[in-house]
Design a protein around this ligand. Structure first.
Ligand SMILES: [Ca+2]
Length: 395
């Protein structure tokens, strides 16, 4: 009896399992989502317009399979995320929105440079907020099945609730393939929880309202445990052969770190009861940082140490501080966005095909770089980096 029951259960699981790409599976799944949305109280007109879909979004499916930034070297990532252009444009953006930033700093206790840095890293100060229609993207991810199906379904319903509540028209619901949207890239559920109406027009609009986006980012950080007046990161020198505790979470007081032989790079004394972890993003040879509770709040925003480091560093640069003092352990440093664009132009001039010279280094650009490296007798890396850039005549 027991065995028959288990067999029946297994059969029903097979039947209930999603059939990605199956012709009948997708429309049925969309119908299910429409019913769920209606049941959740979303207006019929919104449900109908949002989920008028007869096929998965092919681009979203493709992008969801690309393994993103985890494979990029930290020095390449920082070279284009925190380049001089982003610092320059960030300072201009801070001047243009001085009053808003000042007000957000006062209300949420987060330094204005940090708020601006989030804005700059997430969407280049509102310029690149994504071009995927969220209901289609999220419905595609839900109906493809897989273990995160329930997560995508929740985000889809949250997105529709934002429209239903009158915060945004459906036609403004564009963002990344994975559902983050608006100038500071909130997921729909985060939007529902933490977005604020910072310009006081009665709607929470992180897409078109810079004050709403910046106020919401500051509110997010405060709720993630931001401590007003405390640092994010501090560059340090670690004694050679150090084998002690390491990692963002293994915190100790500055006094304890000083006792372990660490020194501040700016020559001031390392001391005090503030707690920090030791982060060496490239291992023992590259720059080393003590990271504080506020670094963890930045980490919460995007769940990547490289991201938190980029925001912390951009905030420091916007505040007038310099670059990291220690060098990254590479003889072939990364390129800024301008240099990446120029590298693509140089490749085109030499007869290679890196695709559109847009500064984005995708599979085509990497293949073109590899080919050029091979022809020039350079180590074949496929990276947009200094050596191939110089070899092709870049300055
Ligand atoms: Ca508003």
């Amino acid at each position: 009896m027991r065995h028959i029951f288990l067999a029946a259960l297994a059969a029903s699981l097979v039947l209930a399992a999603p059939a990605p790409g199956h012709a009948a599976g997708f429309p049925a799944c969309i119908d299910g989502l429409k019913r769920a949305a209606s049941k959740a109280g979303i207006r019929q007109s919104v449900v109908r317009k949002a989920l008028e879909i007869d096929a998965p979004d092919a681009r979203v499916l493709r992008l969801s399979k690309v393994q993103p930034e985890s494979r990029i070297a930290i020095w390449d990532y920082l070279a284009f995320v925190v380049d001089d252009q982003r610092v320059r444009e960030g300072r201009a953006a801070m001047r243009a929105h001085k009053g808003t930033l000042r007000r957000a700093e006062k209300r949420y206790g987060v330094r204005r440079h940090v708020i601006a840095a989030i804005w700059g890293v997430e969407t280049d100060y509102g310029k690149t907020a994504g071009r995927n229609f969220l209901p289609h993207a999220l419905a595609t991810l839900t109906c493809r099945g897989g273990r995160r199906e329930a997560f995508w379904r929740r985000e889809l319903l949250a997105a529709l609730r934002i429209v239903n509540a009158g915060d945004l028209p459906l036609g403004r619901l564009y963002g990344s393939w994975a559902g983050a949207f608006g100038q500071t890239q909130f997921m729909p559920s985060t939007y529902r929880r933490l977005a604020v109406d910072f310009d006081g027009d009665g709607r929470k609009d992180l897409v078109s309202s810079v004050p709403d986006a910046l106020g919401s980012a500051a509110n997010y950080l405060r709720r993630a445990g931001w401590r007003t007046g405390q640092p994010r990161i501090l560059e340090v020198r670690v004694p050679g052969g150090y084998r002690g505790p390491e990692g963002r979470k293994r915190k100790a007081t500055l006094d304890a770190w000083a006792a372990r032989g660490l020194k501040r790079m700016d020559k001031r004394r390392l001391k005090g009861k503030l707690r920090a972890g030791l982060l060496r993003p490239a291992g023992p040879e590259g720059p080393a940082f003590l990271t504080f509770r506020n670094f963890d709040a930045l980490y919460a925003y995007n769940h990547a140490e490289s991201y938190a480091l980029a925001v912390a560093h951009l905030a420091d640069r916007l505040a007038g501080r310099g670059r990291f003092r220690a060098a990254w352990p590479t003889d072939d440093p990364g390129l800024s966005r301008n240099e990446r664009r120029w590298l693509q132009e140089l490749l085109i001039v030499e007869g290679y095909n890196p695709g559109e010279p847009d500064g984005r280094i995708g599979p085509k650009s990497r293949a073109a770089i590899r080919e050029a490296e091979k022809n020039l007798g350079l180590p074949v890396t496929g990276r947009a980096a200094r050596r191939i850039y110089r070899a092709l005549g870049g300055k």
